[in-house]
Ligand binder design. Structure first.
Ligand SMILES: Cc1cc2nc3c(=O)[nH]c(=O)nc-3n(C[C@H](O)[C@H](O)[C@H](O)COP(=O)(O)OP(=O)(O)OC[C@H]3O[C@@H](n4cnc5c(N)ncnc54)[C@H](O)[C@@H]3O)c2cc1C
Length: 232
């Protein structure tokens, strides 16, 4: 069993089943369940032969959205009247400015976690931590008063899911009118050799760990049934 190994190419119509190419060598399998994000499916995996047009269309219908986080430490005992775990949507400086929300003192810890998504998150996806911190601090300052900023670290810890080649986003969203793509992507392909699973493939629980887990379990059951059937 290989962990931490990047699959780069998938030959999914081999006589034996599926051949996966990795920098460590090849893996031959009767079937493969792919649980990578649709961002990875769309840009980083090579399929031989090319995927059926319906699968490619389903992947394109489920692009990755982005929700990013920044953790900013507070360097004093000041808690600004917020109890542990308080979640606040920060007021926007003007109509049209991006939304940002804050989780104060998660589990009683000494930091706030700021959430920002969509266009703002993509625009800041490659920005240095200092620039993202300045954006978050400005919002904190608008909410708590600029004097409060002296209590917070200048620079926070920023998530990088948008640019991390293992994810390329936070979770998949369905383009308007294309939610059925989730169901289609979850079907077995290549006579059951190739299955897709993960949060993007769950109709009711998309975007959650529970959806990812359930869709993986469903794909595993389908492969088991197929293998038992072919063993006769
Ligand atoms: C800010 C934020 C908050 C969230 N909050 C919640 C929450 O409160 N509750 C909740 O249920 N969900 C939450 N989610 C969503 C949840 O994290 C995802 O829905 C879930 O992790 C998706 O799981 P997955 O297995 O489908 O995909 P992933 O977690 O993306 O797993 C895919 C795996 O594939 C691996 N991989 C990628 N490329 C390759 C390759 N080429 N070869 C081999 N392996 C590869 C990756 O390393 C990764 O391990 C949140 C997400 C974000 C971003």
């Amino acid at each position: 069993m290989w962990f931490g190994t990047e699959v780069r190419e998938i030959h999914w119509q081999e006589r034996e089943g599926v051949r996966l190419l990795t920098p460590r060598g090849e893996i031959l399998a009767r079937a493969a369940i792919l649980t990578v994000s649709t961002g990875v499916l769309a840009t980083r995996l090579r399929f031989t032969p090319a995927l059926p047009a319906a699968v490619e269309a389903a992947i394109a219908a489920l692009p990755m959205g982005l929700l990013s986080k920044i953790a900013l430490q507070v360097r004093s005992a000041e808690r600004f009247g917020f109890g542990a775990g308080t979640f606040v949507l920060s007021p926007r400086p003007h109509r049209g400015s991006p939304f940002m929300s804050f989780l104060f003192w998660p589990k009683g810890r000494d930091h706030v976690i700021g959430f920002f998504g969509a266009e703002t998150a993509w625009a800041l996806a490659s920005a240095p931590a200092r620039e993202v911190s300045a954006f978050a601090r400005a919002r904190l300052g608008a909410m708590l008063g600029s004097a409060a900023l002296a209590h917070f670290a200048e620079e926070g810890v920023v998530t990088r899911w948008g640019t991390d080649p293992a994810f390329l986003g936070a979770y998949a969203y369905a383009r308007p009118g294309q939610a059925e793509a989730r169901r289609l992507l979850a079907e077995p392909w290549g006579e059951g050799r190739l299955l897709f699973a993960g949060e993007a493939c769950h109709v009711g629980l998309a975007g959650t760990v529970a959806g990812a887990f359930e869709s993986g379990r469903r794909a595993a059951r389908a492969v088991l049934a197929q293998l038992r059937g072919s063993l006769g």
